[in-house]
Design a protein around this ligand. Structure first.
Ligand code: ADP
Length: 188
């Protein structure tokens, strides 16, 4: 059986023809400088970015949805063009509800590609009006993930270049007690 070719849907008058707003969705547990970099780059293209924090009960996050939303709001408090909301369910439904056609996803090293490719095509299948827009972060954040940041921090590593200061403080408050000391370097 051959799949039907998916042509771009004809324009719909109730959606803005040129994207003014994009949604940047993810778990952000916690937000890292890689995510911040993508938002800033996105603002060079879109007038507004709606950061959508996924409520995902399966993921057992370190920070609650409320905490994640509050951190991102605080980080972008000087940028009124950044809005932060939480969402659950299908991303394309959230996009439709917010009358937004573009969903930004960050692409890091090759490892992201296959999953993101599948997600983008699945989202298109669910709602052909919504387009996925991939952006690459600065090279220095291309190997950075929230999961690795938490792991390194818990092991006593330095994450000050990897996350905003507020996030580092919150990591200390949440994980500080379990943090292992670093092995002191041998003298000489
Ligand atoms: P998820 O939980 O869906 O994997 P994340 O919260 O980790 O999402 O990230 C949200 C989006 O940001 C995803 O598109 C992810 O690929 C991207 N992203 C994550 N870390 C970085 C980074 N260091 N640089 C650029 N994009 C990133």
């Amino acid at each position: 059986m051959t799949a039907k070719p998916q042509r771009p849907a004809p324009p719909r008058p109730d959606l803005a023809p040129v994207a003014k707003q994009a949604i940047y969705a993810g778990s952000f547990d916690p937000i890292t400088n890689g995510h911040v970099d993508i938002v800033k780059r996105g603002l060079r293209i879109f007038d507004r970015i709606l950061v959508a924090v996924l409520e995902n009960p399966k993921k057992d996050p370190l920070f609650t949805t409320k905490e994640r939303v509050a951190m991102i709001r605080e980080i972008f408090s000087g940028r009124p063009e950044v809005e932060v909301q939480s969402f659950h369910g299908l991303l394309v439904d959230f996009a439709e509800k917010n009358r937004t056609r573009v969903v930004i996803r960050g692409l890091r090293a090759i490892s992201d590609f296959e999953y993101e490719f599948q997600m983008a095509l699945m989202n298109r299948k669910q709602n052909p009006e919504v387009e996925t827009f991939f952006m690459m972060p600065s090279l220095r954040y291309s190997f950075l993930s929230s999961a690795l940041t938490k792991e390194v921090f818990a092991l006593g590593g330095n994450v000050s270049d990897l996350v905003p200061r507020l996030v580092e403080r919150n990591l200390r408050a949440r994980l500080g007690g379990q943090r292992r000391g670093r092995i002191p370097k041998k003298a000489g």
